[in-house]
Design a protein around this ligand. Sequence first.
Ligand code: NI
Length: 170
Amino acid sequence: MALLPILTAPDKRLKLKADPVDEVSADIVKLMDDMVETMYAAPGIGLAAPQVNVLKRVIVIDVETYDGGDSHNLLTLANPEIIEQEGEIVWAEGCLSVPNFTEDVIRAERVVVHALNQDGDKVEIAAEGLLAVCMQHEIDHLDGQLFIDHVSRLKRAIILQKLKKRKKSE
Ligand code: NI
């Protein structure tokens, strides 16, 4: 396994749409493993392949680490697709590609997602609350969207300006 560098905004590569995975090949399994290691090391509760500069529809999620608890509930998914959604929830979201910022985002409270797991099997996942939020956030990354694309233009401009400034001073 290997730790992968995480792209941070503003970066044009984070705006690109990722390609579907044809099959969960050995390369994809390795990508998933590396993403899991990178997510836990960050630490984060979710990571999408475009964030590590791979334009494939692959995400990894473990919201159980949210409280710093030991009970892991790891999801490694290819081609995730929201097939049902309902309700509304507001969550203060953050992102490893938008470090040190959080903003309230409105999402569906419950989603049903179809995907392939790391064994290449079709799975259906019913998620609510934080897991539903995280699913939507990571799937957004596959379509070149960041959580700051869901906040006001003014807030987004301020955050991007600060991130740009921080990058220059690094
Ligand atoms: Ni993110």
